[in-house]
Design a protein around this ligand. Structure first.
Ligand SMILES: C[S@@+](CC[C@H](N)C(=O)[O-])C[C@H]1O[C@@H](n2cnc3c(N)ncnc32)[C@H](O)[C@@H]1O
Length: 218
């Protein structure tokens, strides 16, 4: 008989929310990275990278396969276990490390060549701008900070109740002293959404804010 071990006690609302979400909705493993991230890293020499809110590790494991040493951070123990298992199954355990943090409370140590946050957004209270400011501090001089966030509802939503910031507003909200950074890219491109992901099977489009900054110095 299989015994179910008791779930660990969850220390915050955010942790409880995300843990339940990952337990209830395991996602099929794709091993495919976020397409925008993949485009940006193509021109970079592999080094060290930090994935904030790495979910089940699709992008992190893909980057490890490209030669990066990856630290992935996620709040849910279930997502973390899945990410570590995918790394092991793919043969990249040696160059990945997955850490459980509530980024509101703790943050991984070290500095990285690339720090990225892909849709690090949450329906429960989350001090996202402060976390991104801290993330910027984890970029080594000469390294890149890449932030991708939702900037619109999908095109089939007629009246969205959410107000999305412009890319400029999103950058301003992080509150960085831009004197120490070169702005590599700031924009809100539109991308297609597949037929399968749209309710009417017709597909559509959606917008993302993309912020790419290079920290000055060497
Ligand atoms: C919208 S999902 C995006 C996941 C992934 N980056 C992607 O692009 O598919 C947000 C991610 O941030 C994580 N997250 C949310 N709040 C967090 C917190 N306070 N500390 C650490 N991770 C958090 C969630 O567990 C989830 O993996």
């Amino acid at each position: 008989m299989n015994e179910r071990t008791e779930a660990p006690s969850l220390s915050s609302t955010a942790q409880a929310y995300w843990e339940q979400r990952y337990r209830d909705h395991p996602r099929p493993w794709t091993g495919r990275p976020n397409a925008i991230l993949a485009r940006w890293v193509r021109s970079l020499t592999p080094g060290t990278t930090l994935d904030l809110g790495c979910s089940e590790g699709n992008s992190a494991v893909w980057l490890a396969r490209q030669g990066w040493r990856v630290t992935g951070v996620v709040i849910s123990a279930t997502a973390l276990e899945r990410a570590a298992r995918h790394a092991a199954d793919t043969g990249v355990s040696a160059c990945t490390s997955f850490e459980q943090h509530d980024l509101e409370r703790s943050f991984p140590a070290g500095q990285f060549d690339l720090v990225y946050a892909l849709y690090l957004q949450s329906p429960v209270a989350f001090p996202r701008d402060a976390v991104l400011r801290r993330a910027a501090g984890a970029v080594r001089p000469g390294g890149l900070l890449l932030v991708i966030e939702h900037a619109s509802a999908p095109s089939w939503v007629r009246e969205s109740k959410v107000e999305y910031p412009s890319a400029q507003e999103a950058l301003g909200a992080i509150g960085l002293d831009l004197g120490g950074w070169d702005l590599v890219f700031l924009g809100t491109p539109e991308r297609p959404v597949t037929e399968a992901a749209s309710p009417d099977g017709q597909g559509g489009t959606i917008k993302d804010n993309i912020i790419v900054l290079r920290r000055r110095g060497r």
